[in-house]
Design a protein around this ligand. Sequence first.
Ligand code: F0G
Length: 413
Amino acid sequence: MAHQECINCKTTYSVDEIVYFCKKCGESLEIKFDFEELTEATKTSDWRAKPFSVWRYRPFMPIHESTDIVTLGEGGTGFHKSKRLGSQLGTKYLYIKNEGENPTGSFKDRGMTVGVTKAVELGAHHVICASTGNTSAALAAYAARAGIRCTVLIPSGKIAYGKLSQAMIHGAKVLQVKGNFDEALEFVLKLAEKHKDIYLLNSINPFRIEGQKSLGYEICEQLNYEAPDRIIIPVGNAGNISAVWKGLKEFHQLGLIKKLPKMTGIQASGSAPIAQAIKTGSDKIVPVDYPETIATAIRIGAPVSWKKAVNAIRESGGTAETVTDVEILDAQKTLARVEGIFVEPASASSIAGLKKLIKNGTINKDENVVCITTGHGLKDPDTAIKQCETPIEVDANISIIEEALGLKKNIQY
Ligand code: F0G
């Protein structure tokens, strides 16, 4: 029903072949379905009767029917109407799709449940990725669940401790490479090329994208089979925006939604090659040699899926914007305090982007907007704590506590 296809020269490969880039032209691959068969499969299946989760969409996944899935219960995340934040920012219809509610605390679980299932289906015993943190946390958890070996390469410099602790406790071999994420990714690509028994699970792997496309499906279902006007999404290596767009297009082609939203990618201003390409109308990105941002998850200078992302943004009539670290941290705090949703800095970039795009008139107040927040705030508690007032140490005495709280003493209720 499905095959792998080069996004450039359209060369096809079987879904049972381990291949990450087109052997003819070197471009990345995507999964393509025979639409007649997919339409039939989705008509005859009872997928709509299943609870929200990635595997509700099993007929849409390029996994053999007989394969046992590796799952921790991913997907089905909260879709929060955000009236208070919406009215503060000046938009009437705002929803937060909070991917921090996934099992390991980020959207990566959607991709990893399918990616690791595929790895096991292909007979792999060793999986690998380069990561700014969340991918490694998710891969380590799903590899543990499947009982296979896991290696992760992380960049030097700061990795959020929540994520690192996850990869370590799940038993992954963690190597911190003296270099940035883009260099770590080059090494895992080389390792997977050289050692055919190691299966690569960065988002260049099209099976991961298949899992992540369920995020697009789910948003439309949570809006009662309607697409929003716009989806705003943080962009790093650019797999997720491409995945969500793929899901939306499939739902559209199957006639499950009538229109498509404008895909809007947000990057941190210190690592924004895609946003720059969109703004300048360029067909190429200029990689950033030394990417920098407090949002470590998206500190990426040479996004491997940039072509798919630029395509998604242009094809959908969307846009891209950059946000500074100050804007990101401000959005993180505002979201936590106004809506009770605690997300990590990279995730808050979608909110910071929304604020900027409303201010500069790109988004009008009547648009139905969904901001995707990609990872949980507890992934990076250090950054959160630094922005807040330090707890005050007080004596164990009621009047001192009352005084510290600014309460009047001696009031009897
Ligand atoms: N938000 C968070 C919390 C992330 O961890 C990432 C990517 C992104 C957004 C960007 O997604 O790369 O698909 O554009 N983190 C990767 C990692 C790179 O290694 O965990 P993208």
